[in-house]
Ligand binder design. Structure first.
Ligand code: C5P
Length: 232
């Protein structure tokens, strides 16, 4: 899709609030939404369902699988997005710890990242796109009109995750969540390909002490300043 379609990227570690903020900003601007983490999770679920160890795939196979897995995102009447794999609704399965762990391992593989690249760029459709992930501003949409890098302390992020899990009826201790989050952060930050880091031209926001609503207002204000007039 044409580079004239504006993109706003929101990158940061898990639990920084980027998904919630991306959804609110996309709604506010009437833009499309790309939750790139969901693509890594979809591939993870696809691999887990095939019951074949990741090590048994060649790079070419993994790249092809990433590019061709039968995944679909569909807006539903409630205003949310249904995620389908092989025509099955998988929103809840994608959020499991097992899928998250596999996604994080797959994300460190260059073949996987390259297989998902075009799929992510295909979301760039008029009137505009809000893309959230780890490398949206650095690799996938380097020409974005606005790049946000959202961070929060590991403790704040672990507490937010715990709250989400409790709402789903799962009770996991803060200590375990913190350990898990630190391990994944380290893998995301230390990997050679597309590591998690702010783009040099990103606006950095620390949401540790901020309400999500305040961050949404900040991002909407920045978006209005940066977007070309017809897209606002
Ligand atoms: O954001 P979420 O937790 O759903 O992402 C799942 C995993 O996918 C992350 O742990 C991260 O390793 C990976 N990911 C990535 N690049 C992105 C989005 C997600 O490496 N743009």
């Amino acid at each position: 899709m044409s580079k004239s379609v504006p993109v706003i990227t929101i990158d940061g570690p898990s639990g920084s609030g980027k998904g919630t903020i991306a959804r609110a900003v996309a709604r506010g601007l009437g833009f499309h939404l790309l939750d790139s983490g969901a693509l890594y999770r979809l591939l993870a679920l696809h691999v887990l369902q095939r019951q074949r160890a990741v090590q048994d795939y060649s790079d070419t196979e993994l790249e092809q699988l990433a590019g061709s897995m039968p995944a679909e995102f569909r807006a539903n009447p409630q205003g949310d997005i249904d995620i389908l794999l092989d025509n099955q609704l998988v929103n809840d399965q994608l959020r499991s710890e097992q899928v998250g762990e596999m996604a994080s391992q797959l994300a460190a593989m260059p073949a996987v990242r390259s297989g998902l690249l075009q799929r992510q760029r295909d979301f760039r459709q008029p009137p505009g796109l809000i893309a959230d992930g780890r490398d949206m501003g650095t690799v996938v949409f380097p020409d974005a009109v606005l790049k946000i890098y959202l961070d929060a302390s590991p403790e704040a992020r672990a507490h937010r995750r715990r709250k989400q899990l409790i709402e789903k009826g799962e009770n996991v201790s803060i200590a375990i969540l913190l350990q898990d989050l630190r391990r994944r952060d380290q893998r995301d930050r230390d990997r050679k390909h597309a590591p998690l880091m702010p783009a040099p031209d990103a606006v950095e926001i620390d949401s540790t002490e901020l309400d999500i609503d305040v961050v949404v207002t900040m991002v909407m204000q920045l978006a209005r300043q940066r977007l070309p007039t017809p897209a606002r």
